[in-house]
Design a binder for this molecule. Structure first.
Ligand code: AMP
Length: 161
């Protein structure tokens, strides 16, 4: 038995699996189905192991990072590979893999993250800044743990590359 997370476009279920069967909650109903009903079976098989993301390891202090701010819902760290003179990441302690996985119940958390970004910019007197959320590999996402990039300190082009 193990945990799985399906990223099949129409599925997005999370739950447990045993043998060929998976058990998950959908619209408040406990649903049981065969794993192979999803198109991305191989993805399911490879993604059910809930590995801690690098950001979860930073939050739990398993690995070091330059943490510039922390509260009960999020940490703000300096990006290890800055793309601007100021480049920090606002990372919720709750793991949401990416914005497309957010639920209605995450609305308050997501709003607070934006407020944190604005407060950070104000406390560092940043007048011009850009907030970025990459969703999916094609958009440049490399860490599957939702985060907001805050970039500032240089002129920026539009459209972004
Ligand atoms: P994204 O590509 O949108 O998923 O953003 C992930 C960001 O995390 C990248 O800008 C990386 O440079 C940054 N990053 C990865 N590992 C670390 C780390 N250990 N400490 C700080 N930033 C990191």
């Amino acid at each position: 038995m193990g945990y799985f997370k399906c990223e099949d476009f129409t599925c997005h279920s999370v739950g447990v699996f045993e043998g060929k069967y998976r058990f998950f909650q959908q619209q408040n109903l406990l649903t049981i189905s065969r794993i192979n009903v999803c198109k991305r079976v191989s993805f399911i098989k490879h993604s059910f192991v809930e590995e801690k993301t690098i950001f979860e390891k930073i939050i739990s202090r398993d690995i070091p990072a330059d943490i510039v701010f922390e509260n009960d819902i999020a940490v703000v760290i300096r990006d290890i590979n800055p793309q601007a003179p100021v480049h920090v990441l606002i990372i919720p302690k709750k793991r949401i893999d990416r914005i497309e996985m957010a639920q209605d119940g995450d609305a308050e958390l997501l709003g607070k993250l934006l407020i944190m970004a604005k407060d950070f910019a104000r406390s560092y007197n940043l007048t011009g800044f850009r907030l970025v959320v990459n969703n999916g590999q094609q958009a440049g996402e490399t860490v599957p743990h939702l985060h907001i990039h805050l970039l500032s300190g240089r002129s920026m082009a539009w459209p972004p590359g």
